[in-house]
Design a protein around this ligand. Sequence first.
Ligand SMILES: *Cc1c(COP(=O)(O)O)cnc(C)c1O
Length: 489
Amino acid sequence: MTAESLTTPGQGAEYADTASEAYRAALRVIESVEPRIAEATRKELDDQRHSLKLIASENYASPAALLTMGTWFSDKYAEGTIGHRFYAACQNVDTVEALAAEHARELFGAPYAYAQPHSGIDANLVAYWAILATRVETPGLAEFGAKHINDLSEADWEALRAKLGNQRLMGMSLDTGGHLTHGFRPNISGKMFHQRQYGTNPQTGFIDYDAVAAAVREFKPLILVAGYSAYPRRVNFAKMREIADEVGATFMVDMAHFAGLVAGKVFTGDEDPVPHAHVVTTTTHKSLRGPRGGLVLATEEYAPAVDKGCPMVLGGPLSHVMAAKAVALAEARRPEFRTYAQAVADNAQSLADGFVKRDAALVTGGTDNHLVLLDVTSFGLTGRQAESALLDSGIVTNRNAIPADPNGAWYTSGIRFGTPALTTRGFGADDFDRVAELVVEVLKNTQPAAGPNGPSKAKYTLADGTADRVRSAAAELLEANPLYPGLTL
Ligand SMILES: *Cc1c(COP(=O)(O)O)cnc(C)c1O
């Protein structure tokens, strides 16, 4: 398996040459107007090529998906749905959106797909409001004997609005890996819903389904959300659906992080959310390796409300991005993508084993998805110090809270690692073992600096020579696994 087969599935040197020509021409065009943007664009590729990117939410989309975004589809307004637009002359946008939806339905085996959300947060808002429309607004209208919300008296409308704003949602807690959009106060979802959270077993770090079931029985949410950004284990979605069914909750899964593992059939059966959830949301730019954007999948029951994402939550769709979603989803339907997704999971396993055998503590003791959460308290560091010392050494990660984090959400005690990006470059299991070795070398050589009241949570010292030594070892790995091989600007 070569890096080339992972980045540009099924295509070789000729594809890289063609992409090079396209980018060189595009950069000349940009340069003629604002040379500093052309310069920054060149530099961004150079920086990405030379950094060991372990950020679990990032990846490298194919040149085909990236190039698709740079067209005149950006200029077109197309509010509405396929075939029913509030603007004229949307026939080509209809083609694009229908193809993106078709690829999404086929890839995930979903009855319905909505390709308009601009991002993961938008996809979640569309999903929440579609569920509220289906479960609260439509029955509310029937109660008032009205066909359309515009037919309600002001008093009845206010009563319905109050009802819409007084619903319950339950999601995974932030410190055990949940996401802000799952009902947390700083996000709009936390202002929309009365929220309670479920966590993980404090001893094992795994989801305890009996505890989730007990919490759901007590709180009786309208919506039960599963999905995470920093939980290093698989979720049994069949079990979660049973729990939701017990109280008549709508079961929603946010697979923003792990959609690539679902698409690549690493998560199947009870671990595939699509057959079990009423509504599934995702980003398209994380493990799915497409353009920045979102998708919503739904059962027939929720499809009509999801289809009203515009005007409910969205304005005009980003048609150029929907086109790129169609291209990336077409790539994800190829057999090479399954090889890629399996390599993402195998590599995470190798990275976790590499940490464990070097006595570094992991949340849950390991992984069975695409991410690893390292507890850096075992090195006497905060997440902030570890993140900075790794960055000094050319290793790009992000700090992340661990369950019941003693250092809070800002300094944190964890570092999150993900394998999707480097796997796209062609990194294999041995390379990830070497990555673990380099990370441990940096952290062992990092000491917290003294602060006014004991050790600082932010400042640190890195032993002389460590950063240079690790940087050159990382450079060797990067050179052996080039990003966009054959692409020259
Ligand atoms: C990344 C992420 C999102 C948000 O995606 P954006 O495209 O950044 O808005 C939502 N939910 C989960 C679980 C995520 O990991």
